[in-house]
Structure formats: C-alpha cells, structure tokens
Design a protein around this ligand. Structure first.
Ligand SMILES: [Fe+2]
Ligand SMILES: [Fe+2]
Length: 336
C-alpha cells in the first residue's frame, strides 16, 4: 500500500489522472469506509448467533479485515486530498457524508449490515448478497475503470480489499447452509434474500453504475458498459452459478427480482436516472460533475440505445447551467 502510494506520487499520477474520475471519488470515498466498519461491527452479531467455533474464527478474522478495509480507504482519500489539484471536497468527506443527501444513501446501505436480526443483517444482507455479489462491481469493475482513467492507486487498495472477500463469502455460505438445516428457517431466509437482493441492487447499482458510466473519460466502444459488467459479474457469476444451485436445498430464489433488476438496468435506464438525480443536486454537492460531450453522447447511445432521446437534451442544459459562460469545450480537459 505504502509502496503504491509512493509510486503514485513519484510517477506524477496526480498530474495524469482524469479530473472527471477523481471528482466522483470525493463522493465514493466519503461513503465506503462506513459500510466497511459496519461490516466489522456485523461480525460480533454473527458470532453471537452461530454456535460453531470454527466459524467464529473465520468471523473474527473477517472483523479484523473489515477494520483494515475502512482504514486503508481513509488513508487513500487523505493522500488524494494532499496531492490532487482540487482537494476541496476530500477535506470534508466525513462531514459531508453525514450532512449531504448523497451520504444518506450510502449510510442506509452500511446500516443494513448491522440493523435487525443477526442472520438477516450480518449474513444474508452483508455476506451472502453484498459481499458475494456486489463487491464484484464495487471492487473489481470499478478499479478497472479507475486504471483506465489514470488512477492506478485505487486498484491497489481495492484489490487488496477484495482479496479478503473469498473467505467472507465462505463464512456466509456455511452459515446459510447451517440455517437451512432447520426447515423452520426456510421462509425467513427467503424473505431475507428478497429484501437483501433488492436493497443491494438499488444502492450499489445506483452508486457504482454512476461512477463507472459518468465518471469515466474512456469511451472506447469495446469498453464494457456497467450493464455488460453486471451481466457477467452478477447475473452469470452470482445469480446463475451461486444462487440457482441453492434451490437444490429447497430455498426459493427471488428470480423475479433478479430479472427486474436487469430490466431496470437495461430497459428502464436506472443508472442514467440516478446520474441525472446526482447532477440535479450539483449546487449542494461536494464534488464536481463534469459536463458531457458529444463523445460521451455517442458512447451512451451505442451502449444504451434510446439514451440520447431521453437524456441528451437534459445534459445539454446541464452543461449550460452548471458551467455558465463557457463555450465549447466545456468538459474537463482530456489528459494525454
Ligand atoms: Fe470490506
Ligand atoms: Fe468483506
């Protein structure tokens, strides 16, 4: 970690990173340490609920991991604050997280890990759904996009976080199977799974979808869209290869909610609605949202047919309102 940070400074990363990308990190890095520390706090809840010493060990180590995740992310944003050309926003991320409307969304996600029944919150919501499914877009797909925008420090930090997840996933899976051994738990687990799936989809896809689609300068046509990443990481890898086999054990999977999430991401433009929502908040945001250019419009139209008709005019108006008095080009300059 420290080696990577040194490398970023010596390699002049902060002169080469895309502003469009790093601005969104002010929001993301204000939110994410809290879900991490909530994950740490969820572990004692799970330990209390599960009568198995081997799993206690796994959960105790997970607790230590999650403290580490929160700490290295706090450290990362401090480095950004110290070195990025516009530190405003990074300096108040914890305060802004508490006071700003956008922080509320992230807080609600992290509070889901520690609110209510231990199996519902710490195992199904956090481990079986958030960590097993959605950390793939959070900590694998997003670092990919960071690197494409000249930020090679964030991937080092977040891949180190993601490397812990395989054990966390095993903890969650074993507790799920343990609970399934008692038939009376089945309807409760099915209820939990519906709640956890839908809530994770609403929050994570809103945030990470927006960072990846609107925080990037990489408009290569062969670059995967968030929808394409979601299809691979969540629909195929999680839903089809992890959730579906659970039906062998008599657990009914929320197929309808998985399909509806996919439908929202592709046909209902969920991520684009959310990006527009955040951009509408620009006067009270603590990060800057870049203007969209013709190159962006073209990419969106290619990846999400019908996008321009629905959102194009709106972004043209946004460009004029949020960046008044500027003629073209109004977007943050491309960094070579
Ligand atoms: Fe974590
Ligand atoms: Fe984790």
């Amino acid at each position: 970690m420290y080696g990577a940070m040194d490398g970023a400074i010596r390699g002049n990363m902060f002169r080469q990173v895309q502003e469009r990308w790093l601005e969104w990190q002010k929001l993301f890095l204000s939110i994410i340490p809290f879900p991490e520390i909530s994950a740490a706090r969820a572990m004692p809840m799970a330990i209390d609920a599960v009568p198995n010493p081997e799993i206690h060990n796994g959960l105790a180590v997970q607790m230590i991991d999650e403290v580490r995740h929160s700490t290295i992310q706090m450290n990362l944003k401090k480095l950004y604050m110290n070195n990025y050309i516009d530190p405003a926003g990074f300096d108040i991320t914890e305060k802004a997280f508490a006071n700003n409307y956008a922080g509320t969304i992230g807080r609600q996600f992290g509070e889901g890990f520690i609110t209510g029944d231990a199996i519902t919150a710490a195992n199904i919501y956090l481990t079986v759904v958030a960590e097993t499914a959605f950390t793939n877009t959070l900590f694998v797909a997003m670092p990919d996009e960071a690197a494409a925008n000249g930020d090679y420090l964030l991937p080092t930090v977040f891949h180190s976080v993601q490397s812990d997840e395989s054990r966390h996933i095993s903890n969650g899976y074993s507790i799920l199977l343990m609970a399934l051994a008692d038939e009376r738990n089945r309807p409760l687990l099915e209820r939990d799974l519906r709640y956890a799936w839908w809530n994770n989809h609403c929050v994570v896809d809103a945030a990470i979808g927006t960072f990846i689609e609107y925080g990037t300068k990489d408009r290569r046509k062969d670059r995967e869209s968030y929808a394409e990443m979601w299809r691979r990481w969540i629909y195929d890898d999680y839903y089809r290869s992890y959730l579906l086999p659970l039906e062998k054990y008599g657990l009914t999977i929320p197929h309808d909610l998985v399909e509806e999430a996919w439908n929202r991401i592709t046909n209902k433009h969920y991520v684009h609605e959310v990006a527009r929502f955040f951009a509408t908040g620009w006067p009270v945001n603590y990060w800057r949202i870049d203007a969209m250019t013709d190159k962006d419009f073209e990419w969106f139209e290619e990846k999400y047919p019908g996008w321009y008709n629905k959102f194009g005019k709106w972004w043209e108006n946004y460009n004029r309102l949020a960046y008044p008095g500027r003629n073209k080009p109004i977007a943050f300059e491309d960094v070579d």
